[in-house]
Design a protein around this ligand. Structure first.
Ligand SMILES: [Cu+2]
Length: 127
């Protein structure tokens, strides 16, 4: 078929024209549990290709298709999970539902609840 090379060329061009966008968002994640839930919720969004949270810097690096999703939506998804996302505050209800060890210091209950994952305790113990 004569048109095939042209089609292939056109698709190659379109792919080049739309490389995945990248953004880094600052969060207040604490432990492995935070990391897992933030990454999971981001990856559930259509257009998100990669989401990786660094627990040392508390920054999440996201690769996404800007034809399907924008940065404001990504920040909102993190806020809806219960965490800060740059200048977007965490959704209070989601934050209240986080495991005790995943909450900011001022919101922690005095005694660690059973819902605390071992990874959280380990993480906290290293501080
Ligand atoms: Cu956590």
């Amino acid at each position: 078929m004569r048109f095939l090379p042209i089609l292939v060329a056109v698709f190659a061009f379109l792919n080049m024209a739309a490389p995945p966008e990248k953004v880094t968002i600052q969060t207040n994640a604490i432990c492995e549990m935070c990391k897992v839930s933030i990454e999971k919720n981001l990856l559930a969004i259509e257009g998100v290709q990669k989401a990786e949270l660094d627990l040392v810097t508390k920054k999440v690096k996201i690769k996404f298709d800007d034809a399907l999703v924008d940065v404001a939506t990504l920040r909102q998804a993190i806020a809806n999970t219960g965490y800060e996302a740059d200048d977007v505050p965490p959704r209070p209800k989601a934050q209240a539902n986080l495991a005790n060890c995943c909450k900011p210091e001022e919101l922690k209950e005095k005694t660690c609840s059973k819902s605390c994952a071992k990874t959280c305790d380990d993480e906290e113990g290293t501080k």
